[in-house]
Ligand binder design. Structure first.
Ligand SMILES: NC(=O)C1=CN([C@@H]2O[C@H](COP(=O)(O)OP(=O)(O)OC[C@H]3O[C@@H](n4cnc5c(N)ncnc54)[C@H](OP(=O)(O)O)[C@@H]3O)[C@@H](O)[C@H]2O)C=CC1
Ligand SMILES: Nc1nc(=O)c2c([nH]1)NC[C@@H]1CN(c3ccc(C(=O)N[C@@H](CCC(=O)O)C(=O)O)cc3)C=[N+]21
Length: 295
């Protein structure tokens, strides 16, 4: 039996529709629409694509998109000044500074400067801390998207062994924190992990966030494991055209896994849906407006 496909595109469309319906109610209750400011420094083509799709999703949900495009040679002081301005702008509910940033800018400094209560990316240390100790805050969009897909697929996650491959601050660590809060037994693997295939073979849930095309093979998996592939890797196909592949070798993994996310069409679309979700949550908190619990 080949694995069930976890359709992130469909799940994202459904979340976006739910958010749009709630935005409409928010607007009639408060007379304003939630605003998301996205800041792009430089012209990395992949970043430009993501920023465009974020803006489109924001507007489609009935929210205001405020885009700031700065030249690649922008100084750290200039970017920090823009963040300060967005922090104090009442029309801005969410602030996202697209990563990576050019080398003259310290990304940690910028992330730390964003008002934690507008930090819809969930990258500010205050929000990382809130997640770690179980306080309400903002959960990073990609990890939240992974969790939503897993809950929809498996229901209760308590007691499952989850192996997260990757320990970055934006994906691996927050995914591990979320799974721990769901009462999974969590193993975090990384580049120094010994015998990774044997570690992965213990997993009921595998989350791969590595950035290495097709690294996780089907014969690493426990039979019928649930596989969430976060990797977005652009590679050259046999036809010479570039295409996207994940960190999991999809062809071999789908023969062993119980369910698996494709790339594209898996976690990526959920990231953007969770961003507009977080922006609405931010606007509601700032206005004391009550949203449904399970958004
Ligand atoms: N779908 C989406 O919305 C998003 C997708 N991504 C994608 O997810 C992937 C990961 O992103 P990100 O977390 O930012 O990447 P980073 O490069 O920040 O982190 C990669 C992690 O993988 C670990 N790693 C590297 N090589 C190996 C190896 N051979 N075996 C085991 N672990 C290894 C590293 O370990 P160590 O710490 O020891 O160096 C590190 O912890 C990328 O493909 C990225 O494009 C990212 C964000 C959003
Ligand atoms: N401050 C910040 N926040 C981020 O959330 C952030 C960031 N910086 N920098 C870059 C990464 C990457 N990221 C993705 C978003 C959507 C898709 C996505 O929609 N992917 C589609 C395919 C898109 C395509 O075809 O290129 C899919 O997987 O189906 C992928 C990756 C957000 N990131």
């Amino acid at each position: 039996m080949t694995a069930r496909l976890i359709d992130g595109k469909a799940a994202a469309a459904s979340l976006r529709a739910t958010v749009a319906a709630e935005v409409a109610k928010f607007r009639s209750a408060t007379g304003r629409s939630p605003g998301l400011a996205v800041v792009l420094v430089g012209e990395d083509p992949a970043s430009a694509v993501y920023v465009r799709s974020k803006g489109k999703a924001t507007v489609e949900a009935g929210m205001q998109s405020i885009e700031h495009k700065l030249p690649a040679d922008t100084s750290e002081a200039e970017l920090l000044a823009l963040v300060d301005q967005l922090n104090s702008d009442p029309a801005v509910d969410g602030i996202l500074v697209q990563l990576p940033l050019p080398p003259q800018i310290d990304a940690n400094k910028v992330i730390t400067r964003i008002d934690p209560d507008k930090d819809v990316d969930g990258f500010n240390p205050v929000n990382a801390g809130r997640l770690a100790i179980g306080l309400p805050g903002f959960v990073p969009c990609t990890p939240l998207g992974c969790l939503k897909l897993l809950r929809a697929e498996l229901g209760d996650l308590a007691g499952k062994h989850a192996v997260v491959i990757g320990r970055s601050n934006i994906v691996g660590k927050p995914v591990a924190m979320l799974l721990l809060a769901e009462h999974c037994t969590v193993t975090i693997a990384h580049s120094r992990t010994r015998n990774l295939p044997a570690v992965v073979r213990q997993a009921d849930i595998v989350v791969a966030a590595v950035g290495r095309p097709n690294m996780v093979k089907g014969d690493w998996l426990k039979l019928h494991a649930t596989v969430i592939d976060v990797g977005i890797n652009r590679v050259e196909g046999d036809d010479g055209k570039s295409r996207l592949v994940g960190d999991v070798d999809f062809a071999s993994a789908r023969e062993i896994a119980g369910a698996i996310t494709p790339v594209p069409g898996g976690v990526g679309p959920m990231t953007i849906a969770c961003l507009i979700r977080n922006t609405l949550v931010s606007a509601a908190r700032r206005d004391g407006y009550q949203l449904p619990e399970d958004l």
